[in-house]
Design a protein around this ligand. Structure first.
Ligand SMILES: [Fe+2]
Length: 305
């Protein structure tokens, strides 16, 4: 599809509500961390009281470059060794100096494609001028280096997608694009957010994609793992969980804000025949702190299996 797909009725209906999003599924929805802002605020207050907020803020800016090799059956020859820079969950208005930090890290990397995994803003209930101006700076920089493709996350309004699109990021909102290396093709498919918006539409997204082709899914939350694996995708790239963001010293994430098996919370995973990777993200949401779960950008090298 040429250009950015217009906003869907599902997304428009929720954006028009104009208040804080809630997770509205499951009979235990009232226990969902995202539906309990007072509890999140109380946790932040406790961290401040114990002075742990200082190290939590410092940890949140300690962005790591994760280098990952992923082998895919059916990957065309021309894509052997292709490098993808995957940047997710920037929540760019939540951290001072994060934009400069990211650009500094990326400057030293070489890669063939850049993928943006959504969640560009800190708050989910309103658009942010600070987020927009910082994302313009980052997106313009990235688009000046390589092809950049992006999706929207559960914190994003459609207007952010339009802004990124104007900066040169090709936004995949229930749509796809052909990545070409010589005569070889990999189809990159992007879904709109399911977690808050229920705006994903796989059939619409892949209507121009042959079902026997090598396909890579870019979807903000890993929560669509089952659907996408059954559809025969080779690779699923996601963010959303932040790897737990605030974890115990052994790395265990008490809250993931996603209905997924534990193996999908962060890092590389496999579901049926599909490979997957869930980024810890490079920003924060809820609270601007991280513990035992450093932020990341991911440099993925593809291999033929
Ligand atoms: Fe996020």
């Amino acid at each position: 599809m040429n250009g950015m797909r217009p906003i869907s009725a599902a997304r428009l209906a929720i954006e028009a509500e104009g208040h804080r999003h809630l997770v509205k599924r499951g009979w235990l929805r009232f226990l969902h961390l995202e539906n309990m802002p007072p509890l999140v605020a109380f946790l932040g207050y406790c961290l401040k009281l114990t002075l742990l907020d200082v190290s939590g803020r410092k940890n949140a800016l300690d962005v790591q470059v994760e280098r990952v090799d992923i082998a895919l059956p059916g990957l065309p020859k021309g894509f052997e060794g292709v490098k993808i820079l995957f940047v997710s969950d920037l929540h760019i208005d939540g951290q001072e100096r994060l934009a400069e930090k990211l650009i500094g890290l990326i400057e030293a990397l070489t890669y063939d494609y850049c993928l943006l995994g959504g969640d560009y803003t800190f708050r989910s209930d309103r658009e942010s001028e600070v987020a927009t101006s910082r994302m313009v700076k980052i997106a313009t920089y990235l688009a000046g280096r390589t092809e950049v493709y992006g999706i929207l996350g559960n914190h994003d309004h459609y207007a952010m997608g339009e802004c990124l699109n104007q900066c040169g990021v090709k936004m995949l909102i229930n749509s796809s694009v052909c990545l070409r290396r010589g005569g070889d093709i990999v189809h990159l498919v992007g879904l709109d957010d399911w977690h808050y918006y229920h705006a994903d539409d796989l059939a619409l997204a892949e209507q121009e994609v042959p079902s026997d082709a090598c396909r890579v899914m870019l979807c903000h939350s890993p929560e669509r793992y089952n659907l996408v694996a059954k559809a025969g995708y080779a690779l699923y790239l996601a963010g959303h969980t932040h790897g737990g963001q605030i974890c115990l010293p052994n790395g265990y994430a008490p809250a993931t804000c996603a209905t997924i098996p534990r193996s999908l919370v962060r890092g590389a995973w496999q579901w049926d025949d599909m490979q997957g990777y869930t980024s810890r993200g490079c920003g924060t949401s809820g609270l601007p702190f991280r513990f035992f779960c450093p932020p990341e950008i991911t440099l993925i090298t593809l291999h033929r299996q």
